[in-house]
Design a protein around this ligand. Structure first.
Ligand code: NAI
Length: 285
């Protein structure tokens, strides 16, 4: 099945990037968020990022305009779901919110529509259990920033069928991405490996092993990481990192995944990283 019509639920950090790459690859996209202001903000970001690609000569002005013309917005999940062949959910990393959304989408969308989640850590098998189509539910885990990063981690739930997996793998390649298929375990591969490293960097900061800048410099110059773990945490969002660590801690039942108290403190203070202007580093302006 060739996928032409896509709905993206949530126009935040990830959702606007996901809508961007689908529209750029010639698909019609309906972006859904809870109010018009958020939708306009998301569209504004998509336009800005497409402009940047034009300036860098990654795409032409005509391609930018064509991509923009393929994106529409609505606050109605039912309306977006009724038309879509694939729905990608990118709302906050809380199982209760995702449950509500998957129940609504399962009712609203045609029975052969694939329901994908961009979740960083919540079990795809569990999300699939909120629907009557678990064989058509899959993880499509894009990386941040979506237009730039090549990887899509494709997560098969226990019941996900081969046809659904193949459709999503093919579509990911058509976006110019490299999909990698993994099984449904807490944190999948990406966050199972990444989050303990970020958490350990926060412990090192809390214990005074070194300043934030020094910790990141060690990892950049010593381990050839393109960015340090604390700057990466700021980019991901400290609330998102905390949410993922809580899932790893609870679902794997091992204290080595316990979130660092300093990370909890920053999130409680509203220091969420780039999106709030302050995290381990400051982002004035
Ligand atoms: P975000 O907080 O930036 O955006 C979430 C968006 O969902 C907001 O615009 C919010 O208004 C909207 N939303 C909330 N409830 C909604 C509803 N009922 N209907 C429609 N829209 C609703 O979150 P972010 O960072 O984009 O994360 C989204 C998902 O992507 C999470 O599951 C996260 O774990 C995952 N993810 C995040 C990455 C990151 O670097 N931030 C990387 C990969 C995955």
């Amino acid at each position: 099945m060739r996928i032409e019509r896509i709905a993206v639920i949530g126009g935040g950090t990830m959702g606007n990037g996901i809508a961007h790459v689908f529209a750029q690859a010639g698909r019609r996209v309906t972006l859904v968020d809870t109010n018009q202001d958020l939708l306009e903000k998301a569209l504004g970001l998509i336009f800005k990022n497409l402009d940047r690609q034009v300036k860098k000569e990654v795409i032409s002005l005509g391609e930018k305009e064509a991509a923009v013309s393929r994106i529409s917005t609505t606050t109605s999940m039912e309306e977006a779901g009724a038309e879509a062949q694939l729905i990608v959910e990118a709302v906050p990393e809380e199982v209760g919110i995702k449950e509500k959304i998957f129940r609504v989408l399962d009712e609203a969308a045609p029975e052969d529509t694939i329901l994908a989640s961009n979740t960083s850590s919540i079990s795809i098998t569990r999300i699939a259990g909120f629907t009557r189509r678990p064989h058509k539910v899959i993880g499509m885990h894009f990386m941040n920033p979506v237009p730039v990063m090549k990887l899509v981690e494709v997560i098969r739930g226990l019941a996900t069928d081969d046809a659904t997996t193949e459709t999503v793998m093919t579509l990911s390649r058509e976006l110019g991405k490299t999909p990698v298929e993994v099984n449904d375990f807490p944190g999948f591969v990406s966050n199972r490996v990444l989050m303990p490293m970020i958490n350990e960097a926060v412990f090192a900061l809390m214990e005074g092993v070194a300043e934030a800048e020094a910790i990141d410099t060690v990892m950049k110059l010593g381990m050839a990481h393109p960015m340090g773990p604390l700057a990466l945490a700021d980019l991901i969002g400290l609330d998102v990192c905390l949410g993922i660590l809580e899932v790893l801690h609870r679902d794997l039942g091992d204290d080595r995944y316990r979130p660092c108290p300093l990370l909890r403190k920053y999130v409680a203070a509203g220091w969420l990283g780039r999106k709030s202007g302050r995290g381990f580093f400051s982002y004035d302006g």
